[in-house]
Design a protein around this ligand. Structure first.
Ligand code: IFM
Length: 464
């Protein structure tokens, strides 16, 4: 498999999941510090207080990534580190990312910076959080501060990672911070997250240097109905609507999909009232590429009564259930379906006309270190199959510019604590010892072979 030249071969992390050092460098508390400290919210009472200690060990971690042969690192900036109270800039907080970016560039690794991966400053949550419109404006200010500080060296910018999760898990089902359980509130939060993306994209585009590229990362769950009767297609439409199109269509300038707005209306109408004149134009701010986070498809089935509640806790979902995943599964119970990634990339390319970057893709398995090595053959196969799926989309004409494994390191997997290992590198959370897994070596070998370019027969060294 030969990938296009300039392809980004990377691994991703997120600040709260890896950094630790939550009270160092003047960092303020985030909603995740508060949530994790609340009994019963995170498995085994785990928190991100230490996590992978990446705040101190980033040179080692970047060294591992670079030595593997990867050429890009997707990381997120912690808003409460840069603005401990959500509003006032901390030089010490920015200095950490300054060092991190310099370390990356020193190792010839492209920094791909995400501004928000769910760690909202607690002070802003106390002022209303994402359900408060003002938070979107605070985010645009924060984005400009980070861009001012790092824009001389960072060219690839992602505003928000997975607004679906931040809104619907944080304020709807409540399984993520801040743990609010109210679908109407979640819809308003979703709108303000998208508004924040648009405001920040406008602000950064206005102050951008040549070569700067802007994006956001959406998590897609392509839908597979268990039949093709009109009722099945209607079940698929509903799930696809609230999970995928509700976030994608406004970003593309199509506004919120009318069918989804009508599905969610019975939640009291606060969502529609929160969308003010001009908001959809702001959300449609031009982006340079779309980050595609893909893990698994969702299987759905219609219920006899189109108004009966769904087993899936998303706003507006009625008359349909989500079915159990079909094997093979990851340790998390997620379905492994590489062919769905090919069709997703093709569909997104035809819908958006945008370059795409696979910003997250990966699998958790119960890895163990045996004689200093992690034989994670299941993950090697996972990456091989998903890279082949990406390659198939590229051969079909889709403009895919990069692939980021989730994750560089085993890390704090939100409500599941440290129970799900996704890393290319195993982390012993007692000792902080890192052990590169076979899957990390595999991905690095593919990346390195591609860096050599195609062979004379056009097959490419990466075929090795
Ligand atoms: O760990 C998360 C990440 O923070 C966002 N995308 C999905 C990953 C695996 O659950």
């Amino acid at each position: 498999m030969t990938f296009p030249s300039g392809f980004l071969w990377g691994a991703a992390t997120a600040s709260y999941q890896v950094e630790g050092a939550v009270a160092e460098g003047g960092r303020g508390p985030s909603v995740w510090d508060t949530f994790a400290a609340t009994e019963g919210k995170v498995l085994d009472g785990a928190t991100g207080a230490v996590a992978c200690d990446h705040y101190h060990r980033y040179p080692e971690d970047i060294g591992l990534l670079a030595d593997l042969g990867l050429n890009a690192y997707r990381f997120s900036v912690a808003w409460p580190r840069v603005m401990p109270d959500g509003r006032t800039t901390s030089g010490a907080g920015l200095a950490f990312y300054d060092r991190l970016v310099d370390e990356l560039l020193g190792r010839n690794v492209v920094p791909v910076l995400t501004l928000y991966h769910w760690d909202l400053p607690q002070a802003l949550e106390d002022a209303g959080g994402w359900p408060a419109r003002d938070t979107a404006f605070r985010f645009a200010e924060y984005a400009s501060v980070v861009h001012d500080a790092l824009g001389d060296r960072v060219h690839q910018w992602t505003t928000i990672n997975e607004p679906f999760c931040a809104a619907f898990l944080g304020y709807g089902s409540g399984v993520h911070a801040p743990g609010v359980q109210d679908h109407d509130t979640a819809l308003v939060a979703a709108h303000h997250l998208l508004l924040a993306h648009g405001l920040a994209t406008r602000a950064l585009t206005a102050q951008a240097r040549p070569g700067h590229e802007f994006s956001l990362a959406l998590n897609f769950a392509p839908v597979i109905p268990d039949g093709n009767t009109p009722a099945h297609l209607e079940a698929a439409r509903k799930f696809d609507g609230i999970h995928n199109r509700f976030f994608l269509e406004p970003v593309l300038g199509h506004g919120y999909p009318a069918d989804v707005v009508s599905d969610v209306e019975y939640h009291g109408g606060r969502f529609a009232a929160s969308v003010l004149d001009g908001d959809t134009d702001v959300i449609a701010a031009a982006i340079d590429w779309l980050g595609v986070n893909y893990y698994a498809p969702a299987r759905v089935t219609p219920l006899a009564d189109p108004f009966s509640p769904s087993n899936c806790p998303l706003p507006g979902l009625r008359g349909m259930d989500v079915l159990p995943a079909e094997g093979p599964l990851t340790a998390f119970g997620w379905e492994q379906s590489p062919s769905t990634l090919t069709s997703l990339l093709k569909w997104l390319s035809s819908q958006t006309g945008l370059p795409l970057v696979v910003a997250e893709n990966g699998a958790s398995f119960g890895d163990q270190v045996v004689d200093g090595r992690v034989y994670d053959a299941a993950r090697v196969n996972y990456f091989m199959d998903h890279l082949a799926a990406v390659h198939k989309a590229i051969r079909a004409g889709v403009d895919v510019r990069g692939y980021f494994a989730w994750s560089l390191l085993d890390n704090f997997e939100w409500a599941m604590g440290y129970s799900q290992r996704f890393g290319l590198v195993h982390v012993d959370f007692e000792t902080q010892r890192r052990t590169v897994k076979d899957s990390g070596r595999f991905l690095g070998r593919v990346a390195k072979a591609n860096a050599l370019g195609p062979t004379a027969d056009g097959v490419g060294d990466a075929g090795a």
